[in-house]
Design a protein around this ligand. Structure first.
Ligand SMILES: CC(=O)SCCNC(=O)CCNC(=O)[C@H](O)C(C)(C)COP(=O)(O)OP(=O)(O)OC[C@H]1O[C@@H](n2cnc3c(N)ncnc32)[C@H](O)[C@@H]1OP(=O)(O)O
Ligand SMILES: CC(=O)C(=O)O
Length: 529
């Protein structure tokens, strides 16, 4: 089994992505997590770029990293300076890493127009820079920036840059598809021609960008052609459309192509690492990410669910547990009996496979979805609905009336007031009348409802609303449209989603709020019994 080195550049090229800005502390936490994933090389940043990157290299030394080797990144020395006089270049040594990566120019237009120097001088710059660094650190990786574009323009020159880096002692020649425009068949042709000149054993790497959506495919193809190192980022973040996504490359290399990478022993951590990095980056984790996304193994169509329950291989390319993910079954208008049976089992509800109740639930869900409800994310509303249809409704209070006054015209700041009449327990209990203010009508209604319930159920205080989304549904025109409200609630470490639909946004919010509070009370009751 051939060994492939994994090189992560989340903290450098990943940090070049729009909306990503890591603090030193963020970088340290990500570095430690990538060490757990047994990534071989971790590019920590460009020490000559800013004090934060420099500080990272200083602080990371205080940590005991078990596997990963930290790499400082920079460019070849400036054309009007030497390695000794170029301060930015010198900062690579001040980072005090054993491994340094520098990028140099392979494309003639970059030499002439960006560096404003001659082709021969660029070759000297590459050779001098690598040789100088080799005298100070144990390993130098040479990133051939724009290699594929450069090769298309002037193959001989692009190859000469590699020869110079190799001659000066670079341990890896990483071919970069910097503009991300290269397609897999071009990667194949060009790498083949590089090997024809440099030999089968040339120590090649690949660094692909995703502008043509081919970064993963290009990286895998490069490995198949002999590259020994793959560079990429967690979840593919990076400059413009991003870099090759290591969270897809790693399982493909291990599980599909049979390569040996250190991360193979801890592949089950992949989903955790992917979500952790985005949590730190403060980015929403895309559900549709292959392997690690929430939807990567989510089955919706009734035909799919029915078959997956018989044999998961029918609609799964691999066992989700291998990459630390989980199978999910969604309930929607596309569901059949199998979806409901699976979901009920997951929720701990025993349903008789043959019972007419299952058909009743399927029909009710299809009817509600046609009205605009969606239960895929609103699993708490779904669970309450199933109990209701089973004849075991979970009801701990009854909202008799509510009124909301929007006082925007009367006060300086935007404020609304709500009053509610709530009966606890439903049907027979005491009627509570409360009023509350809020920064908007929905907030006021929520505050009033909460105030009324807390007297009877103090545990409501533990609960908070984490997210509130309103979606206008197609059908009725303009402001007469129906809306769907989705609420995500949280209590301690438990989260649940609820849904409401109406032409009145307050009514839709109220339905979702009632389900949310009801679910909290149901959970507590279940825990106690
Ligand atoms: C393909 C990649 O992703 S490479 C990494 C890109 N990442 C970044 O640029 C982020 C970090 N960069 C920075 O903080 C800054 O650009 C610095 C500190 C490196 C340089 O800042 P400045 O000295 O102000 O230069 P500026 O950013 O305006 O321009 C880049 C300079 O690097 C030079 N340069 C570009 N590539 C190379 C190279 N391979 N070798 C030597 N010099 C290079 C450019 O010619 C330009 O020099 P000039 O100012 O004499 O024209
Ligand atoms: C080096 C690098 O980040 C690139 O060429 O894309």
């Amino acid at each position: 089994m051939k060994k492939i080195e994994l090189y992560d550049t989340t903290l450098r090229d990943g940090a070049q992505a729009e909306e990503v800005n890591f603090s030193v502390e963020d970088k340290i936490r990500i570095a430690l997590k990538l060490d757990e994933l047994k990534i071989d090389y971790l590019e920590g940043g460009w020490p000559g770029s800013n004090p934060k990157d420099f500080q990272f290299f200083k602080e990371i030394k205080d940590y005991h990293l078990k596997h990963v080797r930290v790499v400082a990144f920079g460019s070849t020395h400036h054309p009007r300076k030497t390695p000794e006089t170029d301060e930015i270049f010198q900062s690579l040594l001040q980072a005090k890493t054993e491994v340094v990566t520098i990028f140099g120019k392979s494309w003639t237009i970059h030499v002439k127009e960006a560096l404003k120097t001659t082709l021969e001088h660029n070759l000297e710059i590459i050779e001098n820079s690598v040789r100088y660094l080799k005298g100070h650190v144990s390993k130098v990786i040479y990133d051939a920036e724009h290699f594929f574009d450069g090769f298309k323009e002037d193959p001989e020159y692009a190859l000469e840059t590699l020869k110079r880096a190799l001659k000066a002692g670079a341990e890896c020649l990483c071919l970069c598809d910097t503009n991300g425009g290269t397609l897999p068949h071009e990667i194949r042709e060009i790498i083949q021609r590089v090997k024809d000149v440099l030999g089968e054993k040339a120590p090649l790497g690949i660094h692909a960008h995703n502008d043509s959506e081919c970064a993963v495919a290009n990286s895998l193809e490069a490995v198949r052609l002999g590259a020994i190192q793959v560079q990429g980022t967690i979840n593919g973040i990076g400059e413009r459309c991003g870099n090759a996504n290591l969270c897809s490359i790693i399982p493909n290399l291990v599980l599909k192509m049979g390569y040996d990478v250190s991360a193979k022993d801890v592949l089950f951590k992949l989903t955790e690492v992917s979500r952790y990095v985005f949590e730190i980056a403060n980015l929403p984790h895309p559900a549709r990410l292959p392997f690690v996304g929430r939807s990567a193994f989510a089955h919706k169509g009734g035909v799919h669910v029915s078959a997956v329950l018989k044999s998961p291989r029918t609609y799964e390319h691999l066992d989700p547990a291998l990459v630390g993910n989980v199978r999910r079954v969604l309930v929607s208008e596309l569901s059949g009996r199998s979806n409901i049976l699976y979901k009920a089992k997951e929720l701990g509800i025993e349903l008789d496979t043959e019972s007419a109740l299952v058909n009743k639930i399927v029909e009710e869900i299809k009817k509600l979805e046609a009205e605009g409800y969606e239960f895929e994310a609103a699993e708490a509303s779904l669970e309450l609905l199933i109990y209701k249809l089973m004849g075991e409704p979970k009801q701990y209070f009854e909202l008799l009336t509510y009124k909301v006054f929007d006082q925007k015209q009367l006060l300086d700041s935007s404020q609304a007031e709500a009053t509610v009449l709530v009966r606890v327990p439903p049907g027979v209990g005491e009627v509570e009348h409360t009023a509350a203010l809020g920064n908007g009508p929905v907030n006021a209604l929520d505050n009033a409802l909460r105030k009324a319930l807390v007297r009877f159920y103090p545990q409501i205080r533990e609960m908070e609303l984490e997210d509130y989304k309103v979606r206008v549904l197609p059908g009725l025109p303009g402001t007469s449209s129906k809306v769907r409200v989705f609420i995500l609630s949280k209590s301690k470490d438990k989260r649940w989603g609820t849904v409401g639909v109406s032409t009145d946004i307050l009514e839709a919010s109220c339905q979702a709020l009632i389900d949310s509070y009801t679910y909290k009370l149901y959970l507590d009751k279940k825990k106690r019994s």
